[in-house]
Design a protein around this ligand. Sequence first.
Ligand code: GLN
Length: 534
Amino acid sequence: MDTKYVFVTGGVTSSLGKGIISASLAKLLQKRGYRVTIQKFDPYLNVDPGTMNPYEHGECYVTDDGAETDLDLGHYERFLNVPTSQANNVTTGRVYQTVIDNEREGKYLGKTVQIIPHVTDEIQRRMKILGDSGEFDIIITELGGTVGDIESLPYVESVRQLKRKLGSDDSVVIHLTFVPYLKAAGELKTKPTQHSVQKLLEAGVQPDILVCRTEHKLSKEIRSKISLFCNVNQNAVIESIDASSIYEVPLLMEKEKLDKVVLAKLRLPSTSDADLDSWKDFLFKLKHPKNEVNIGLVGKYVELPDAYKSIIEAFIHAGAVNECKVNLTLMSSENLHEDTIEEKLKGLDGVLVAPGFGDRGIDGKISTIKYLRENNVPFFGICLGMQCAVIEYARNVLGLKTAHSTEMIKTIDPVIDLMESQKGISKKGGTMRLGAYKCKLEKGSKSYTAYGKQMISERHRHRFEFNNTYLEKFEALGMKAVGINPDNNLVEVVEIPTHPWFVGVQYHPELKSTVDEPHPLFVRFVKAALDNKK
Ligand code: GLN
Protein backbone atom coordinates (compact mmCIF):
# COMPACT_ATOMS: atom_id res chain seq x y z
CA MET A 1 0.00 0.00 0.00
CA ASP A 2 1.16 3.56 -0.74
CA THR A 3 1.90 5.74 2.26
CA LYS A 4 -1.01 8.08 2.80
CA TYR A 5 -0.66 11.70 3.87
CA VAL A 6 -2.94 13.80 6.06
CA PHE A 7 -2.20 17.52 6.28
CA VAL A 8 -3.58 19.56 9.15
CA THR A 9 -3.73 23.34 8.78
CA GLY A 10 -5.18 25.94 11.12
CA GLY A 11 -7.21 29.07 10.48
CA VAL A 12 -8.89 32.06 12.17
CA THR A 13 -6.75 32.02 15.30
CA SER A 14 -3.94 30.16 16.98
CA SER A 15 -4.38 27.90 20.04
CA LEU A 16 -7.31 25.94 18.57
CA GLY A 17 -5.63 22.66 19.42
CA LYS A 18 -4.23 21.41 16.11
CA GLY A 19 -1.77 19.23 18.01
CA ILE A 20 -4.54 17.57 20.01
CA ILE A 21 -6.74 17.06 16.94
CA SER A 22 -3.79 15.53 15.06
CA ALA A 23 -2.91 13.30 18.01
CA SER A 24 -6.56 12.26 18.48
CA LEU A 25 -6.98 11.34 14.83
CA ALA A 26 -3.68 9.44 14.96
CA LYS A 27 -4.88 7.54 18.03
CA LEU A 28 -8.12 6.49 16.33
CA LEU A 29 -6.26 5.33 13.22
CA GLN A 30 -3.68 3.51 15.34
CA LYS A 31 -6.45 1.72 17.25
CA ARG A 32 -7.82 0.54 13.93
CA GLY A 33 -4.49 -1.11 13.25
CA TYR A 34 -2.76 1.48 11.08
CA ARG A 35 0.87 2.47 11.66
CA VAL A 36 0.70 6.21 12.12
CA THR A 37 3.08 9.00 12.99
CA ILE A 38 2.69 12.76 13.24
CA GLN A 39 5.17 15.40 12.21
CA LYS A 40 5.13 19.11 12.92
CA PHE A 41 6.39 21.83 10.57
CA ASP A 42 7.02 25.11 12.38
CA PRO A 43 7.28 28.34 10.41
CA TYR A 44 9.84 30.17 12.58
CA LEU A 45 13.48 30.80 11.71
CA ASN A 46 15.08 29.21 14.77
CA VAL A 47 16.70 25.93 13.75
CA ASP A 48 14.95 24.38 16.74
CA PRO A 49 13.08 25.68 19.80
CA GLY A 50 16.03 24.77 22.05
CA THR A 51 17.32 28.33 22.09
CA MET A 52 13.94 29.87 22.89
CA ASN A 53 12.89 31.02 26.33
CA PRO A 54 10.01 28.93 27.74
CA TYR A 55 7.97 32.16 27.88
CA GLU A 56 8.26 32.36 24.08
CA HIS A 57 7.53 28.80 23.25
CA GLY A 58 6.54 26.75 26.26
CA GLU A 59 8.43 23.58 27.05
CA CYS A 60 11.13 22.29 24.77
CA TYR A 61 10.38 18.61 24.22
CA VAL A 62 13.40 16.32 23.83
CA THR A 63 13.23 13.07 21.87
CA ASP A 64 15.28 9.87 22.33
CA ASP A 65 17.65 10.90 19.54
CA GLY A 66 18.35 14.20 21.29
CA ALA A 67 16.28 16.55 19.14
CA GLU A 68 14.98 19.68 20.87
CA THR A 69 11.46 19.98 19.53
CA ASP A 70 8.04 21.59 19.77
CA LEU A 71 5.86 20.63 22.70
CA ASP A 72 3.22 19.19 20.37
CA LEU A 73 5.55 16.20 19.90
CA GLY A 74 4.93 15.52 23.58
CA HIS A 75 1.21 15.22 22.85
CA TYR A 76 1.94 12.89 19.94
CA GLU A 77 3.97 10.58 22.17
CA ARG A 78 1.57 10.76 25.10
CA PHE A 79 -1.35 9.79 22.84
CA LEU A 80 0.36 7.26 20.56
CA ASN A 81 2.97 5.78 22.90
CA VAL A 82 5.39 5.64 19.96
CA PRO A 83 8.67 7.59 20.16
CA THR A 84 9.22 10.52 17.80
CA SER A 85 12.56 11.80 16.51
CA GLN A 86 14.24 14.76 14.84
CA ALA A 87 12.47 13.88 11.59
CA ASN A 88 9.13 14.62 13.28
CA ASN A 89 9.88 18.32 13.75
CA VAL A 90 11.05 20.64 11.01
CA THR A 91 11.42 24.41 11.22
CA THR A 92 11.90 27.09 8.59
CA GLY A 93 15.36 27.63 10.08
CA ARG A 94 16.26 24.02 9.36
CA VAL A 95 14.85 24.15 5.83
CA TYR A 96 16.72 27.37 4.96
CA GLN A 97 19.93 26.04 6.51
CA THR A 98 19.82 23.05 4.14
CA VAL A 99 18.99 25.18 1.10
CA ILE A 100 21.79 27.64 1.86
CA ASP A 101 24.27 24.81 2.52
CA ASN A 102 23.25 23.24 -0.81
CA GLU A 103 23.79 26.55 -2.57
CA ARG A 104 27.29 26.93 -1.08
CA GLU A 105 28.12 23.38 -2.12
CA GLY A 106 27.12 24.24 -5.65
CA LYS A 107 24.16 21.89 -5.84
CA TYR A 108 22.04 24.46 -7.69
CA LEU A 109 24.94 25.69 -9.77
CA GLY A 110 23.85 28.18 -12.42
CA LYS A 111 20.40 28.68 -10.92
CA THR A 112 18.84 31.54 -8.98
CA VAL A 113 17.86 30.00 -5.63
CA GLN A 114 14.25 30.85 -4.81
CA ILE A 115 11.43 30.06 -2.38
CA ILE A 116 9.70 28.23 -5.22
CA PRO A 117 11.02 25.70 -6.17
CA HIS A 118 14.07 25.37 -3.90
CA VAL A 119 12.58 26.02 -0.48
CA THR A 120 9.28 24.29 -1.31
CA ASP A 121 11.17 21.27 -2.73
CA GLU A 122 13.16 21.01 0.49
CA ILE A 123 9.95 21.23 2.55
CA GLN A 124 8.36 18.47 0.46
CA ARG A 125 11.48 16.31 0.72
CA ARG A 126 11.26 16.58 4.48
CA MET A 127 7.49 15.99 4.49
CA LYS A 128 8.16 12.62 2.85
CA ILE A 129 11.14 11.36 4.89
CA LEU A 130 9.09 9.41 7.43
CA GLY A 131 6.68 8.21 4.74
CA ASP A 132 9.55 6.90 2.61
CA SER A 133 10.96 4.95 5.57
CA GLY A 134 8.31 2.27 5.02
CA GLU A 135 7.58 2.21 8.74
CA PHE A 136 4.24 3.96 8.53
CA ASP A 137 0.96 3.61 6.65
CA ILE A 138 -0.26 7.12 7.37
CA ILE A 139 1.73 10.30 8.01
CA ILE A 140 -0.09 13.19 9.64
CA THR A 141 1.63 16.52 9.01
CA GLU A 142 0.65 19.41 11.23
CA LEU A 143 1.50 22.86 9.91
CA GLY A 144 2.29 25.32 12.68
CA GLY A 145 0.95 28.86 12.53
CA THR A 146 -2.26 30.14 11.00
CA VAL A 147 -3.19 30.18 7.33
CA GLY A 148 -2.69 33.71 6.01
CA ASP A 149 0.55 34.33 7.92
CA ILE A 150 3.36 35.36 5.57
CA GLU A 151 5.70 32.78 7.04
CA SER A 152 3.21 29.92 6.54
CA LEU A 153 2.88 30.48 2.80
CA PRO A 154 5.77 28.26 1.62
CA TYR A 155 4.29 25.40 3.65
CA VAL A 156 0.79 25.78 2.23
CA GLU A 157 2.33 26.00 -1.25
CA SER A 158 4.29 22.81 -0.52
CA VAL A 159 1.08 21.06 0.52
CA ARG A 160 -0.53 22.21 -2.74
CA GLN A 161 2.35 20.78 -4.80
CA LEU A 162 2.66 17.57 -2.83
CA LYS A 163 -1.08 16.93 -2.92
CA ARG A 164 -0.96 17.22 -6.69
CA LYS A 165 1.93 14.76 -6.94
CA LEU A 166 0.45 12.27 -4.50
CA GLY A 167 -2.98 12.24 -6.11
CA SER A 168 -6.33 12.69 -4.43
CA ASP A 169 -6.60 9.13 -3.02
CA ASP A 170 -3.33 9.40 -1.14
CA SER A 171 -3.70 12.74 0.57
CA VAL A 172 -6.27 14.64 2.54
CA VAL A 173 -6.28 18.18 3.94
CA ILE A 174 -7.96 18.91 7.24
CA HIS A 175 -8.46 22.55 8.14
CA LEU A 176 -9.09 23.43 11.76
CA THR A 177 -11.17 26.57 12.22
CA PHE A 178 -13.10 28.42 14.86
CA VAL A 179 -16.86 28.94 14.93
CA PRO A 180 -17.46 31.67 17.51
CA TYR A 181 -20.67 32.20 19.44
CA LEU A 182 -21.92 35.78 19.41
CA LYS A 183 -23.73 36.27 22.66
CA ALA A 184 -25.51 39.44 21.58
CA ALA A 185 -26.87 37.73 18.47
CA GLY A 186 -27.36 34.45 20.30
CA GLU A 187 -25.87 32.43 17.48
CA LEU A 188 -22.82 30.69 16.08
CA LYS A 189 -21.06 32.50 13.26
CA THR A 190 -19.58 30.78 10.23
CA LYS A 191 -18.04 33.80 8.47
CA PRO A 192 -14.54 33.49 10.00
CA THR A 193 -14.48 29.88 8.79
CA GLN A 194 -15.56 30.92 5.31
CA HIS A 195 -12.83 33.56 5.17
CA SER A 196 -10.23 31.19 6.45
CA VAL A 197 -11.11 28.64 3.76
CA GLN A 198 -10.95 31.42 1.19
CA LYS A 199 -7.41 32.17 2.35
CA LEU A 200 -6.49 28.52 1.77
CA LEU A 201 -8.15 28.59 -1.65
CA GLU A 202 -6.15 31.67 -2.59
CA ALA A 203 -3.09 29.53 -2.01
CA GLY A 204 -4.57 26.78 -4.18
CA VAL A 205 -5.61 24.33 -1.47
CA GLN A 206 -9.18 23.12 -1.12
CA PRO A 207 -9.62 21.50 2.30
CA ASP A 208 -11.37 18.13 2.31
CA ILE A 209 -12.43 18.20 5.94
CA LEU A 210 -13.17 21.08 8.31
CA VAL A 211 -12.78 20.55 12.03
CA CYS A 212 -14.69 23.37 13.69
CA ARG A 213 -13.68 24.34 17.17
CA THR A 214 -16.70 25.63 19.03
CA GLU A 215 -18.10 26.25 22.48
CA HIS A 216 -21.61 25.18 21.41
CA LYS A 217 -22.98 22.28 19.42
CA LEU A 218 -23.12 22.75 15.65
CA SER A 219 -26.70 22.41 14.42
CA LYS A 220 -27.57 20.65 11.18
CA GLU A 221 -28.24 24.06 9.60
CA ILE A 222 -24.83 25.40 10.57
CA ARG A 223 -23.16 22.27 9.22
CA SER A 224 -24.98 22.59 5.89
CA LYS A 225 -24.12 26.26 5.66
CA ILE A 226 -20.40 25.56 6.24
CA SER A 227 -20.57 22.65 3.81
CA LEU A 228 -22.14 24.80 1.09
CA PHE A 229 -19.95 27.88 1.47
CA CYS A 230 -16.70 26.04 2.01
CA ASN A 231 -17.26 23.34 -0.57
CA VAL A 232 -16.82 20.30 1.67
CA ASN A 233 -19.20 17.37 2.15
CA GLN A 234 -21.58 17.73 5.06
CA ASN A 235 -20.18 14.65 6.81
CA ALA A 236 -16.77 16.30 6.55
CA VAL A 237 -17.84 19.21 8.75
CA ILE A 238 -16.61 17.97 12.10
CA GLU A 239 -17.58 19.54 15.40
CA SER A 240 -14.80 19.95 17.93
CA ILE A 241 -16.52 21.13 21.06
CA ASP A 242 -14.59 22.27 24.15
CA ALA A 243 -13.73 19.27 26.32
CA SER A 244 -12.93 19.10 30.02
CA SER A 245 -9.78 17.11 29.26
CA ILE A 246 -7.63 16.82 26.14
CA TYR A 247 -7.83 13.03 26.62
CA GLU A 248 -11.55 13.15 25.79
CA VAL A 249 -10.90 14.50 22.32
CA PRO A 250 -10.21 11.11 20.64
CA LEU A 251 -13.64 9.93 21.81
CA LEU A 252 -15.31 13.13 20.62
CA MET A 253 -13.62 12.74 17.24
CA GLU A 254 -14.73 9.13 17.06
CA LYS A 255 -18.31 10.22 17.68
CA GLU A 256 -17.98 12.76 14.88
CA LYS A 257 -16.50 9.98 12.67
CA LEU A 258 -13.40 12.00 11.79
CA ASP A 259 -11.37 8.80 11.36
CA LYS A 260 -14.00 7.24 9.08
CA VAL A 261 -14.21 10.31 6.87
CA VAL A 262 -10.40 10.41 6.60
CA LEU A 263 -10.17 6.70 5.76
CA ALA A 264 -12.93 6.96 3.15
CA LYS A 265 -11.15 9.88 1.51
CA LEU A 266 -7.90 7.89 1.46
CA ARG A 267 -9.72 4.82 0.18
CA LEU A 268 -8.64 2.74 3.12
CA PRO A 269 -10.91 0.18 4.78
CA SER A 270 -12.55 1.14 8.07
CA THR A 271 -14.43 -2.06 8.70
CA SER A 272 -13.36 -2.90 12.25
CA ASP A 273 -14.03 -0.28 14.89
CA ALA A 274 -11.27 1.36 16.87
CA ASP A 275 -10.69 -0.53 20.11
CA LEU A 276 -10.61 2.24 22.68
CA ASP A 277 -11.26 0.17 25.83
CA SER A 278 -7.97 0.94 27.59
CA TRP A 279 -8.27 4.62 26.70
CA LYS A 280 -11.81 4.70 28.11
CA ASP A 281 -10.61 2.93 31.23
CA PHE A 282 -7.97 5.62 31.75
CA LEU A 283 -10.56 8.36 31.23
CA PHE A 284 -12.95 6.75 33.67
CA LYS A 285 -10.29 6.69 36.37
CA LEU A 286 -9.38 10.27 35.56
CA LYS A 287 -12.98 11.40 35.94
CA HIS A 288 -13.88 9.33 38.98
CA PRO A 289 -11.02 9.73 41.44
CA LYS A 290 -11.43 8.10 44.85
CA ASN A 291 -8.93 10.42 46.50
CA GLU A 292 -7.07 13.63 46.03
CA VAL A 293 -3.62 15.00 46.81
CA ASN A 294 -2.14 18.46 46.80
CA ILE A 295 1.19 18.74 45.06
CA GLY A 296 3.31 21.85 44.63
CA LEU A 297 5.34 22.45 41.48
CA VAL A 298 8.12 24.88 42.33
CA GLY A 299 9.68 26.60 39.33
CA LYS A 300 10.30 29.97 37.82
CA TYR A 301 8.18 29.95 34.66
CA VAL A 302 4.92 29.45 36.56
CA GLU A 303 2.99 32.23 34.79
CA LEU A 304 3.06 30.02 31.70
CA PRO A 305 2.01 26.45 32.53
CA ASP A 306 3.02 25.33 29.01
CA ALA A 307 6.62 25.65 30.24
CA TYR A 308 5.90 22.56 32.37
CA LYS A 309 3.55 20.78 29.95
CA SER A 310 5.02 17.28 30.19
CA ILE A 311 5.27 17.43 33.99
CA ILE A 312 1.63 18.52 34.25
CA GLU A 313 0.51 15.73 31.90
CA ALA A 314 2.66 13.13 33.71
CA PHE A 315 0.77 14.01 36.92
CA ILE A 316 -2.54 13.43 35.11
CA HIS A 317 -1.38 9.96 34.03
CA ALA A 318 0.00 9.14 37.49
CA GLY A 319 -3.15 10.44 39.17
CA ALA A 320 -5.33 8.11 37.09
CA VAL A 321 -3.19 5.08 38.04
CA ASN A 322 -3.59 5.98 41.71
CA GLU A 323 -7.29 6.77 41.15
CA CYS A 324 -6.57 10.09 42.69
CA LYS A 325 -7.03 13.68 41.60
CA VAL A 326 -3.76 15.59 41.66
CA ASN A 327 -4.34 19.23 42.57
CA LEU A 328 -1.20 20.83 41.22
CA THR A 329 -0.21 24.27 42.52
CA LEU A 330 2.41 26.08 40.46
CA MET A 331 4.57 28.16 42.78
CA SER A 332 7.22 30.69 41.85
CA SER A 333 10.46 29.89 43.65
CA GLU A 334 11.17 33.63 43.79
CA ASN A 335 8.34 33.97 46.32
CA LEU A 336 9.64 31.25 48.63
CA HIS A 337 11.88 32.36 51.49
CA GLU A 338 13.22 30.42 54.44
CA ASP A 339 11.24 32.35 57.07
CA THR A 340 7.84 31.92 55.40
CA ILE A 341 8.35 28.54 53.78
CA GLU A 342 6.29 26.56 56.27
CA GLU A 343 3.32 28.86 55.71
CA LYS A 344 3.68 28.69 51.91
CA LEU A 345 4.01 24.91 51.73
CA LYS A 346 1.20 24.24 54.20
CA GLY A 347 -1.34 21.73 52.95
CA LEU A 348 0.93 20.26 50.28
CA ASP A 349 1.32 16.47 50.39
CA GLY A 350 4.38 16.50 48.14
CA VAL A 351 6.50 18.96 46.16
CA LEU A 352 8.25 18.69 42.79
CA VAL A 353 11.13 21.07 42.14
CA ALA A 354 11.27 21.77 38.43
CA PRO A 355 14.00 21.83 35.79
CA GLY A 356 15.39 25.19 34.73
CA PHE A 357 18.34 27.36 33.81
CA GLY A 358 20.10 30.27 35.50
CA ASP A 359 20.13 31.50 39.07
CA ARG A 360 16.82 33.36 39.26
CA GLY A 361 14.76 31.80 42.04
CA ILE A 362 17.46 29.32 43.01
CA ASP A 363 17.45 30.24 46.73
CA GLY A 364 13.73 29.57 46.97
CA LYS A 365 14.25 26.12 45.51
CA ILE A 366 17.01 25.33 47.98
CA SER A 367 14.95 26.56 50.96
CA THR A 368 11.98 24.51 49.78
CA ILE A 369 14.08 21.36 49.58
CA LYS A 370 15.56 21.94 53.05
CA TYR A 371 12.05 22.17 54.49
CA LEU A 372 10.84 19.03 52.67
CA ARG A 373 13.91 17.06 53.72
CA GLU A 374 13.70 18.05 57.38
CA ASN A 375 9.95 17.56 57.60
CA ASN A 376 9.68 14.26 55.75
CA VAL A 377 7.48 15.66 52.98
CA PRO A 378 7.80 13.73 49.68
CA PHE A 379 10.20 15.48 47.31
CA PHE A 380 10.79 14.90 43.62
CA GLY A 381 13.59 16.88 41.95
CA ILE A 382 14.02 16.95 38.19
CA CYS A 383 17.29 18.07 36.58
CA LEU A 384 17.92 21.52 38.14
CA GLY A 385 15.60 20.33 40.95
CA MET A 386 17.94 17.40 41.61
CA GLN A 387 20.98 19.68 41.41
CA CYS A 388 19.40 21.99 44.02
CA ALA A 389 18.83 18.99 46.31
CA VAL A 390 22.53 18.17 46.06
CA ILE A 391 23.51 21.79 46.82
CA GLU A 392 21.15 21.92 49.80
CA TYR A 393 22.51 18.68 51.24
CA ALA A 394 26.10 19.83 50.76
CA ARG A 395 25.44 23.10 52.56
CA ASN A 396 23.28 21.88 55.42
CA VAL A 397 24.42 18.31 56.04
CA LEU A 398 27.98 18.14 54.71
CA GLY A 399 28.67 21.61 56.12
CA LEU A 400 30.03 22.99 52.85
CA LYS A 401 28.49 26.43 53.32
CA THR A 402 29.49 27.83 49.94
CA ALA A 403 28.57 24.75 47.92
CA HIS A 404 26.89 25.64 44.64
CA SER A 405 26.60 24.86 40.97
CA THR A 406 29.18 26.50 38.73
CA GLU A 407 26.25 27.42 36.48
CA MET A 408 25.42 30.07 39.09
CA ILE A 409 28.72 31.14 40.61
CA LYS A 410 32.41 30.25 40.90
CA THR A 411 32.83 28.51 44.24
CA ILE A 412 35.39 26.49 46.19
CA ASP A 413 32.83 23.68 46.52
CA PRO A 414 31.39 23.09 43.05
CA VAL A 415 29.20 20.10 43.95
CA ILE A 416 27.48 20.59 40.59
CA ASP A 417 29.92 21.29 37.81
CA LEU A 418 30.18 21.55 34.08
CA MET A 419 30.57 18.19 32.37
CA GLU A 420 34.02 17.58 30.94
CA SER A 421 32.46 17.24 27.49
CA GLN A 422 30.83 20.68 27.86
CA LYS A 423 34.02 22.58 28.62
CA GLY A 424 35.10 24.66 25.64
CA ILE A 425 31.64 24.68 24.04
CA SER A 426 30.49 28.22 23.29
CA LYS A 427 27.69 27.67 20.78
CA LYS A 428 24.26 27.46 22.39
CA GLY A 429 22.11 25.58 19.87
CA GLY A 430 21.88 21.80 20.29
CA THR A 431 25.04 21.55 22.38
CA MET A 432 23.71 20.30 25.71
CA ARG A 433 23.78 16.68 26.81
CA LEU A 434 20.67 15.69 24.91
CA GLY A 435 18.57 12.60 24.40
CA ALA A 436 18.45 9.08 25.78
CA TYR A 437 21.19 7.66 28.02
CA LYS A 438 21.33 4.46 29.99
CA CYS A 439 21.21 4.35 33.77
CA LYS A 440 21.73 1.47 36.18
CA LEU A 441 19.67 1.53 39.36
CA GLU A 442 20.68 0.13 42.70
CA LYS A 443 18.53 -2.73 43.90
CA GLY A 444 16.49 -1.80 46.95
CA SER A 445 16.33 1.90 46.09
CA LYS A 446 12.99 3.65 45.74
CA SER A 447 13.66 4.23 42.07
CA TYR A 448 14.42 0.56 41.49
CA THR A 449 11.18 -0.40 43.23
CA ALA A 450 9.29 2.08 41.06
CA TYR A 451 10.74 0.91 37.73
CA GLY A 452 10.88 -2.75 38.72
CA LYS A 453 14.15 -3.19 36.81
CA GLN A 454 17.79 -2.18 37.02
CA MET A 455 18.59 -0.92 33.51
CA ILE A 456 16.61 2.07 32.34
CA SER A 457 16.96 4.67 29.60
CA GLU A 458 15.87 8.26 30.10
CA ARG A 459 16.16 11.56 28.23
CA HIS A 460 18.51 14.37 29.12
CA ARG A 461 18.83 18.10 28.55
CA HIS A 462 21.52 19.73 30.68
CA ARG A 463 25.11 20.92 30.78
CA PHE A 464 25.96 20.44 34.46
CA GLU A 465 26.26 17.29 36.55
CA PHE A 466 26.90 15.91 40.02
CA ASN A 467 30.61 16.36 40.78
CA ASN A 468 31.86 12.85 41.56
CA THR A 469 34.78 14.10 43.69
CA TYR A 470 32.20 14.71 46.44
CA LEU A 471 30.37 11.41 46.05
CA GLU A 472 31.95 9.58 48.98
CA LYS A 473 31.19 12.41 51.40
CA PHE A 474 27.56 12.51 50.32
CA GLU A 475 27.11 8.77 50.65
CA ALA A 476 28.80 8.67 54.06
CA LEU A 477 26.31 11.26 55.31
CA GLY A 478 23.15 9.69 53.91
CA MET A 479 22.52 10.92 50.38
CA LYS A 480 23.03 8.01 47.99
CA ALA A 481 23.69 7.94 44.28
CA VAL A 482 21.35 5.07 43.39
CA GLY A 483 21.37 5.55 39.62
CA ILE A 484 24.58 5.74 37.61
CA ASN A 485 25.28 5.94 33.90
CA PRO A 486 27.22 2.68 33.35
CA ASP A 487 29.24 4.13 30.46
CA ASN A 488 30.60 7.32 32.01
CA ASN A 489 29.84 7.01 35.71
CA LEU A 490 27.72 10.17 35.85
CA VAL A 491 25.26 10.30 38.74
CA GLU A 492 21.70 10.06 37.43
CA VAL A 493 19.61 9.54 40.57
CA VAL A 494 20.09 10.58 44.19
CA GLU A 495 17.96 9.45 47.12
CA ILE A 496 17.88 9.77 50.90
CA PRO A 497 16.92 6.26 52.00
CA THR A 498 15.84 7.37 55.50
CA HIS A 499 13.33 9.88 54.11
CA PRO A 500 9.82 8.64 53.14
CA TRP A 501 10.33 9.75 49.48
CA PHE A 502 13.23 11.96 48.50
CA VAL A 503 14.25 11.34 44.89
CA GLY A 504 16.22 13.59 42.55
CA VAL A 505 16.88 12.70 38.92
CA GLN A 506 19.31 14.35 36.51
CA TYR A 507 17.19 13.29 33.56
CA HIS A 508 13.66 14.23 32.47
CA PRO A 509 11.25 11.39 33.30
CA GLU A 510 8.24 13.56 32.41
CA LEU A 511 9.12 13.25 28.70
CA LYS A 512 8.38 9.55 28.70
CA SER A 513 5.06 9.43 30.52
CA THR A 514 2.20 8.35 28.25
CA VAL A 515 -1.44 7.33 28.74
CA ASP A 516 -0.51 3.70 28.03
CA GLU A 517 2.64 3.83 30.17
CA PRO A 518 2.45 6.40 32.96
CA HIS A 519 5.92 7.13 34.30
CA PRO A 520 6.77 4.90 37.30
CA LEU A 521 8.48 7.71 39.25
CA PHE A 522 5.46 9.98 38.91
CA VAL A 523 3.16 7.11 39.86
CA ARG A 524 5.23 6.38 42.99
CA PHE A 525 5.61 10.03 43.90
CA VAL A 526 1.84 10.55 43.80
CA LYS A 527 1.46 7.42 45.92
CA ALA A 528 4.01 8.75 48.41
CA ALA A 529 2.09 12.03 48.58
CA LEU A 530 -1.12 10.05 49.20
CA ASP A 531 0.58 8.07 51.97
CA ASN A 532 1.88 11.30 53.47
CA LYS A 533 -1.68 12.61 53.64
CA LYS A 534 -2.90 9.67 55.71
N1 GLN B 1 20.65 24.27 34.17
C1 GLN B 1 20.98 22.93 34.52
C2 GLN B 1 21.99 22.33 33.57
O1 GLN B 1 22.18 22.81 32.48
C3 GLN B 1 19.73 22.06 34.57
C4 GLN B 1 19.05 21.93 33.25
C5 GLN B 1 17.64 21.43 33.38
O2 GLN B 1 17.01 21.53 34.43
N2 GLN B 1 17.08 20.95 32.29
O3 GLN B 1 22.65 21.37 33.92
